[in-house]
Write a protein that binds this ligand. Structure first.
Ligand code: PEP
Ligand code: MG
Length: 564
């Protein structure tokens, strides 16, 4: 038996067998072909190359890219015509009898190694372009247009799989539902891999040091994410100790009456539209956060078909039967990498970490238009009242951003009204309070929105300077975070709800109530815990705690006040 330590991303226990997620480069089939198949493989490479050129040309024709962004795609077309990459791959097919996809992947690896060593920045800068171009060609070769070649591997995972990986990007997480548990070597608790695991009730550990060095495919394993360990080849006694410890998702009721008066409402964070019809979701007050960006991971063709796009929202609205649905507009950046389908709308800035949330949307009005229009159309089709659709704008930090957004919103509403011959109602607009700037400017921002939703995941990362996909220790217990939230709440003159993961920590919930928050949106697997924490809230027991937390020196002090 070998035990490795990790950090809990989603509580729970899993027993099963290790399945190792292959790295992207190894997911490409790589094998020898017969002499007679060589012309066919050369042909496949050529067809995939020319389809890629055509695809990029279409992007250039269809999209309204500024000149400096067009240059990037022009350069990619040149690269596709450049004999360097493709002639080398062809040689591998001809002389090494390799299949086309394997030959291209190996050629890319060789060039990458050489370019990485080059002192000339010109060559290092070409690596990203070469990777982009090769991924495009590979997706044609593998017939997985715009998808990750590891999807077939994920689809075949059995229910008793414990998936071990270096990291699992959110785009792949969307396709993982029926496994026993997850363990990754990288990752942090506020990253979207962790959020999606909690969402699905999948026990998960992140930051498991030495994981890939120690696991073997098919090895029996026991993962206890509640106690932060994974045991490989466990003893029989380990299994026996775990009997009956599995927790179940319980149905909850909203609102919850609070001792001392008033009530709190429980909302759900929805990451996958398929969950909208679940019984536990139906029992909640409504959807407090619908992370629409995940739609594009799940349905990569959504951008090509505005009708399908509208239909996804219609289905969600119908499933919720008149409950409020808070649709957050596309929020990409940080650990939510852009799926390749976005390439058609993007160019130079797609790797730019500064362009996230609302800023990204404002710089891509085509996307904003597509999504807002689909939401409004779906809401009108379903006869939704203004209280049933709430539009939430991500990562706002300045007055200018929300004002600019509102201009687009008004214009799109006018367009829809004109097309339909009826007035499109003004569905309420909310702002994610998730940047330190939004907290300190909440008095000003309040004038341009109907509600705030507190996003403690980004707020913690931005305030404490850590990447969400990297390790972070207990960020939600830092006194600085409580102070920032308090500042945001004090300045706000509109209702503030919470949808960040801090709302899902039962020890913190009473203090959030003390701070005046009465709307909690959490993932499905946290509904029961949060409902219990609210039902157990005791104003007498919490009297004076908030002031002490706001004056605390460090997270240990905060933690001990909370646990008193
Ligand atoms: C947050 O930042 O707290 C949040 C709820 O949004 P996301 O986790 O999707 O960034
Ligand atoms: Mg956020």
């Amino acid at each position: 038996m070998k035990e490795l330590a990790g950090v809990c991303a989603a509580k729970g226990i899993a027993r099963g067998f290790i399945h190792i997620l292959p790295p992207l480069s190894r997911a490409v089939p790589n094998h020898q072909v017969s002499e007679e198949s060589i012309p066919q493989e050369l042909d496949r490479l050529e067809v995939a190359r020319s389809s890629s050129v055509k695809e990029i040309e279409e992007i250039l024709i269809e999209s309204d890219l500024p000149a400096e962004h067009r240059e990037i795609f022009d350069a990619q077309i040149l690269l596709l015509a450049d004999p360097m990459l493709f002639d080398t791959a062809k040689n591998r097919i001809l002389n090494g009898k390799q299949n086309a996809a394997g030959a291209l992947a190996d050629t890319l690896d060789d060039f990458k190694r050489q370019f990485e060593k080059s002192p000339d920045p010109f060559f290092r800068e070409r690596i990203a372009d070469m990777e982009d171009v090769s991924t495009r060609v590979l997706s044609h070769l593998l017939g997985t247009a715009q998808g990750d070649p590891r999807l077939p591997f994920l689809k075949k995972l059995p229910a008793d799989a414990i998936l071990a990986a270096d990291e699992i990007p959110p785009s792949l997480m969307l396709h993982i539902r029926k496994v026993a548990g997850l363990a990754v070597e990288q990752g942090g608790v506020t990253g979207h891999m962790a959020i999606l695991a909690r969402d699905r009730g999948l026990p998960a550990l992140v930051s498991v040091e030495g994981l890939l060095e120690n696991v073997k495919e098919g090895q029996p394993a026991l993962l206890n994410a509640t106690e932060n360990w994974i045991r490989l080849e466990p003893e029989q006694t380990d299994y026996a100790a775990m009997q009956g410890t599995q927790s179940k998702v319980r149905r909850v009721q909203s609102p919850v009456s609070l001792r001392g008066g008033g009530s709190a409402r429980i909302w759900v964070n929805l990451d996958d539209p398929e969950d909208a019809s679940e019984e536990s979701v139906q029992a909640a007050h409504g959807i407090g956060l619908f992370r629409t960006e995940f739609l594009f991971y799940k349905y990569p063709d959504l951008f090509d078909s505005p009708d399908d796009h509208t239909e996804v929202y219609r289905t969600v609205f119908r499933s919720l039967r008149g409950k409020p649905v808070t649709c957050r507009l596309l929020d990409v950046g940080d650990d939510k990498a852009l799926p390749p389908v976005f390439n058609r709308y993007l160019a130079a800035d797609k790797q730019d970490a500064i362009l996230r949330g609302v800023r990204f949307l404002l710089s891509h009005p085509g996307l904003l238009h597509l999504q807002l229009k689909a939401l409004l159309e779906a809401a009108l089709d379903e006869g939704m009242q203004t209280e049933h659709l709430r539009i939430l704008v991500p990562l706002v930090s300045t007055r200018g951003e929300i004002l600019e957004f509102r201009e687009y919103y008004d214009a799109i509403r006018k367009e829809v009204s004109k097309e339909r011959g009826i007035a499109c109602p003004e569905f309420p607009v909310g702002i994610m309070m998730e940047t330190p700037a939004a907290c300190v400017m909440s008095d000003v921002l309040s004038r341009y929105a109907t509600f705030f939703s507190l996003g403690t995941n980004d707020l913690a990362g931005l305030a404490l300077a850590f990447h969400r996909s990297g390790p972070s220790e207990d960020p939600f217990f830092q006194p600085s975070l409580f102070r920032l939230i308090q500042t945001g709440l004090k300045g706000a003159s509109i209702p503030v709800s919470i949808c960040g993961e801090m709302a899902a920590i039962p020890e913190i919930v009473p203090i959030l109530v003390e701070m005046g928050i009465h709307d909690f949106s959490v993932s499905i697997s946290s509904l029961a815990d949060i409902s219990d924490a609210l039902a157990a809230y005791d104003p007498q027991k919490n009297a004076g705690k908030l002031a002490r937390i706001l004056n605390a020196q460090n997270r240990e002090e905060v933690r001990s006040i909370l646990l008193e």
